[in-house]
Design a protein around this ligand. Structure first.
Ligand code: GDP
Ligand code: IMO
Ligand code: MG
Length: 430
């Protein structure tokens, strides 16, 4: 029996939420380990749509423990709002089924303000962030001036932390033309929200290790995707955390040995939201068609996602950096009806063929895709629940992807619905 880590293997929005929801039936604990409410994970259960940003996708299943680990940056006002929204949709959330790490860093209103001010003030430095303060909050974490969940319990500590933050932030704000922080108002806001967050605050590392010893099954839910990773992504057009599988251990306080199966979530084509290089991007009718059929609009910001062909070079690379054991291939149905399909199998950089994406930004921008063409299929794969339901050309497409990325398919998804999923290998039993 293995614990399972689910990670995005492209630029996010691969369908992690749907797969985590499906797998969570087999799990006891579902834990987020990085990112924050920049994530947007969609679950569709018997036609009912749930959109989660901060809460683990396991929260909709009764009897499961959902965990927000120390690697997450937590906006307490958003947390309370998301809990209220889900309760309104009939989901039960109490300190018995939701636990938040005491050492998780808080996102404050000033982080969102800074994020948005930077994005709008400086066209040169624009990243196309979600504007939710993720980057500035992580900056304060490594800058050793952040406020953490546990600090909410003590007024004197809170005041000290706010003073420390103000020294740094007021200087930045002056430069950007934003008024200084209102110390008393911020402290009052924090005092007001504290009793709504503190009941969930626990030593997550301890509970996780106890769960592990007791043989409970843990499912780690990654956010974003490996190409948005702060180290291995298309820097600087990335998010501000490590999102690859290794982060599951440091982001919850459990040793790396607790990670068994790494499930990479892979969309059958490629999308990206925000700025940055995207070699296999399509700016033509095929790209439009992928966007329309795949309903490629951001869950968090509503922005139109950029679309392109499947890029096997990138996924082979991200399977390596996360140590992916098997992939869940999603949205195969979106490709129904294309006469021919293309897969990017290499890049041309100034006349030289590359089998990986180079690190240097100027080289990334100059990489042009080398494509292989495959036959499409006219039949519908939407809602298929077994291999036997798939047309031959679709099976060939999937097999070719496995060969090119050097990683097997463990799950296949053919619609947004929970049960429209084909199981090849059970990650918990592998
Ligand atoms: P996440 O951020 O990785 O959880 O993915 P998002 O929820 O942001 O985006 C994935 C979108 O694709 C959601 O609207 C899902 O409901 C939808 N989706 C997931 N799997 C499939 C699939 O196999 N087929 C289709 N057509 N849609 C899917
Ligand atoms: P899920 O979990 C897709 C992108 C933003 C931007 C960059 C930095 O739903 O897959 P940030 O606000 O994190 O500082 O923005 O990262 N981004 C995502 N793109 N899916 C996500 O999450 C994303 N989270 C952040 O669009 O380009
Ligand atoms: Mg998403």
């Amino acid at each position: 029996m293995a614990n399972v880590v689910v990670v995005g293997a492209q630029w996010g929005d691969e369908g992690k939420g749907k797969i985590v929801d499906w797998l969570s039936e087999r799990a006891d604990v579902i834990a987020r380990f990085q990112g924050g409410h920049n994530a947007g994970h969609t679950l569709v259960i018997d036609g009912k749509v749930y959109k989660l940003s901060l809460l683990p996708s396991g929260i909709v299943r009764p009897g499961k423990l959902s965990v927000i680990g120390n690697g997450v940056v937590l906006d307490p006002w958003h947390l309370v709002g998301e809990i209220a929204k889900l309760r309104g949709e009939g989901v039960e959330i109490t300190p018995d089924n939701l636990m938040i790490a005491e050492n998780a860093v808080l996102i404050l209103p000033l982080h969102g303000e800074l994020d948005r001010a930077r994005e709008s003030h400086n066209a040169v430095a624009k990243i196309g962030t979600t504007g939710r303060g993720i980057g500035p909050a992580y900056e304060d974490k490594v800058g050793r001036r952040a406020i953490r969940v546990a600090d909410l319990a003590d007024e004197a500590t809170l005041a000290l932390r706010v003073d420390r933050l103000m020294v740094h932030h007021d200087a930045l704000r002056r430069g950007l033309g934003i008024e200084p922080i209102d110390r008393e108002a911020l402290l009052a806001q924090l005092r007001e929200i504290a009793p709504q967050v503190l009941p969930y605050a626990k030593p997550v590392w301890k509970v996780m290790n106890e769960m592990r010893k007791a043989g409970k099954r843990i499912l780690f839910e990654g956010a974003q995707g490996a190409l948005l990773d702060i180290d291995f992504g298309t820097y600087p057009f990335v998010t501000s955390s490590n999102v690859i599988a290794g982060q599951a251990a440091t982001g919850t306080g459990i040793g790396p040995g607790a990670i068994g199966f790494v499930l990479g979530i892979v969309k059958a084509y490629t999308t990206r939201v925000g700025e940055g290089p995207f070699p296999a991007e399509l700016k033509d009718a095929d790209g439009e068609r992928l966007g329309e059929r795949g309903r490629e609009f951001g869950t968090v910001t509503g922005r139109k996602r950029r679309c392109g062909w499947f890029d096997a070079v990138l996924v082979r690379q991200t399977c390596a950096t996360s140590g992916v054991s098997g992939i869940a291939l999603t949205k195969l149905d979106v490709l129904d009806g294309f006469e021919t399909l293309k897969i990017c199998v290499g890049y041309d950089l100034d006349g030289e063929r590359l089998d990986h994406l180079p690190i240097a930004a100027d080289q990334q921008a100059r990489c042009t895709p080398i494509y292989e063409e495959l036959e499409g299929w006219s039949e519908s794969t939407a809602g298929a629940r077994s291999w036997a339901d798939l047309p031959g050309a679709a099976v060939k497409y999937v097999r070719r992807i496995e060969e090119l990325i050097q990683c097997p398919v463990a799950l296949l998804s053919t619609s947004p619905e929970r049960d429209d999923t084909i199981l090849v290998t059970d990650p918990f039993e592998d």
